[in-house]
Design a protein around this ligand. Structure first.
Ligand code: AVJ
Length: 313
């Protein structure tokens, strides 16, 4: 395995500044909202990994089974020798299935959490000792420059997990456009998008009985306290999951269980009992197909489309 230190599009300092900016702004606007990407520090990434194995969180196991069933179909479309570029690679748990199928010439995992990125690659390089891996530490919603070594290779973007569902429609279109621009001419993009489920299935998937998703959401407040000199009384907040019928999406919030006052980076904030900080949306592919309508809108041409159904979910 060849492991190259990549160029860092967004280094530590810039990520810290962006976190500070998003938190201070997010606590000041109404309704209050902090982008979901800030859940993923090291502990948050570990909690998310635990979420993927929960009985209520059907997404990961369903997608994994779809991916293995569709692997040869995907490989027939992509051919071999592409550089696989994964947006938000996390633990790279699904990646081996794709890599075995498409026999790539390189793998470029992109993740916002550096610790997690390096640990996952170590694992992966044991399974694929001959594969060149070029990790990129950064936020995939921003502009990215891929490592020079892969720029001449045809590319296959990989964006699984229905993460696109975390973006409302105009933002999702922008994201796909910027991914297409990052990958360049002649590239392909494989996206995993969840279908619309009944609310009885969706709510527990984001509010599990063991409270792992609650810990994942509340970790954002711990992170604000430790990284942004915060005094948020974390125990005074509750994990709140809600179905927004008008927008057909699951929302995650942090709700103040009583009136609270706190400071972040020396700035005072107060929230009344029942007020929330909106921390995440998850949209599915419903009748209105919000996520899917983004594909042509972003100037991409769909090749296999939603042919791969898994009847279990
Ligand atoms: C991987 C970002 C798509 O929204 O379903 C699940 C993350 N967070 N439960 C999702 C998540 C809490 C997940 N994404």
């Amino acid at each position: 395995m060849l492991l190259c230190q990549s160029n860092r599009p967004l280094g530590f300092a810039e990520i810290d500044l962006a976190f500070r900016h998003d938190v201070l702004k997010g606590l000041s606007i109404r309704p209050r909202a902090i982008p979901a990407r800030w859940h993923y520090d090291r502990w948050g990434s570990e909690l998310f990994d635990a979420i993927t194995t929960l009985p209520e969180y059907y997404l990961t196991r369903t997608e994994r089974s779809i991916l293995s069933k569709a692997a040869s179909e995907i490989a027939a479309l992509t051919g071999s020798g592409r550089a696989v570029v994964e947006f938000g690679s996390g633990s790279s748990a699904k990646t081996p299935t794709l890599l075995s199928a498409v026999n790539p010439s390189a793998y470029v995992p992109i993740d916002i959490c550096t610790d997690f990125l390096w640990r996952s690659i170590e694992q992966l390089s044991k399974t694929f000792p001959d594969l060149s891996i070029y990790p990129v530490e950064g936020d995939f919603t921003g502009e990215l420059r891929l490592p020079a070594a892969i720029q001449s290779m045809p590319q296959l973007g990989f964006f699984p997990g229905s993460t696109i569902g975390n973006f409302v429609v105009p933002a999702a279109v922008d994201l796909l456009r910027s991914m297409a621009a990052t990958l360049g001419q002649g590239s392909m993009l494989l996206i995993g998008i969840d279908r619309l489920k009944s609310v009885d299935v969706l709510l527990p998937a984001y509010d599990d009985a063991q409270g792992i998703t609650a810990a994942f959401n509340l970790n954002l407040l711990h992170r604000i306290n430790s990284e942004l000199r915060g005094s948020v009384p974390v125990d005074a907040f509750r994990h709140l999951v809600r179905w927004n019928d008008a927008e057909e999406r699951i929302e995650m919030h942090l709700e103040a269980a009583c009136d609270v006052r706190f400071a972040v980076e020396g700035r005072p904030f107060s929230m009344a009992k029942g007020e929330t900080i909106h921390t995440k949306n998850s949209l599915n592919m419903g009748r209105a197909t919000p996520a899917c309508s983004c594909v042509p809108a972003a100037g991409l041409r769909s090749q296999i489309g939603p042919t791969t159904r898994d009847s279990s979910q």
